[in-house]
Design a binder for this molecule. Structure first.
Ligand code: 5RP
Length: 221
């Protein structure tokens, strides 16, 4: 079993009957959703709230009933992957372009559990270019403002066109190399008009399931 499968399948142990579950996006979340689908077929009664159209399709394919914010009073748990995590369980997310819905759902959930293979562990966040979702209007100006925070921003492309999120926006990948203060940068970015949200998830993860020295470990903040 590969690391993504190990951590993804482990995470479903947190899910109990009757829960509303935030379903993450990406290749690690894929294994969690697939396993959850199996448990649902065996009788587990849960509802899922997806972080992307891609995850909605995957979850439906695996027999998971989906709900949206109109139909739920609370989200009990959200489980999602990460592109990087540090020792404080701060994260960079959005490699899959779903950071806005991921952050809304992680923030709304009573517990947010991260599943990440060992390659995602870093001393300092920023080696992975930080994804920032921006509206199309005034994008050139927004890019300049983002660059002013000390990075090299570039509009994400899909083939020869700009990548468009589920929310109809652009993703800007920002190469900061090393982020000294994730908390400060998270709010500085969100202060720029045109920025919708960024992929820094600071003080949000309650637990992390990962692999250390070949062993599955669970860390709590
Ligand atoms: C999607 C994300 C993913 O969680 C992140 O990119 C990790 O992906 P993977 O599990 O495929 O490595 O933030 O927007």
């Amino acid at each position: 079993m590969n690391e993504k499968q190990l951590v993804g399948e482990k995470a479903v142990e947190y899910i109990k009957d009757g829960m509303v579950v935030g379903l993450g996006t990406g290749s690690t979340a894929y294994y969690m959703i697939k396993k959850l689908g199996k448990l649902v077929q065996e009788g587990l009664n849960i509802k899922g709230i997806p972080t992307s159209k891609q995850t909605a399709a995957l979850a439906s394919e695996h027999g998971i009933t989906l709900v949206d914010f109109k139909n739920v009073k609370q989200i009990d748990i959200a489980i999602d992957g990460a592109d990087e995590f540090d020792a404080d369980l701060n994260l960079i997310k959005g490699g899959g372009g779903a950071l806005l819905r991921e952050k809304i759902i992680a923030n709304a959930a009573s517990a947010f559990i991260v599943i990440a293979d060992s390659s995602k562990a870093v001393k300092k966040l920023g080696g992975f270019p930080l994804p920032v979702e921006i509206v199309k209007f005034g994008a050139d100006m927004t890019l300049q403002k983002i660059a002013g925070l000390g990075c090299e921003p570039r509009i994400r492309v899909d083939g020869n066109q700009a990548y468009i999120t589920d929310n109809g926006n652009y993703i800007i990948d920002c190469d900061f190399q090393e982020i000294q203060s994730p908390e400060e940068l998270e709010s500085q970015l969100n202060m720029i008009p045109g920025v919708v949200e960024n992929g820094l998830f600071v003080n949000m993860a309650e637990s992390l399931i990962t692999i250390k020295n070949g062993v599955l470990v669970e860390e709590t903040r």
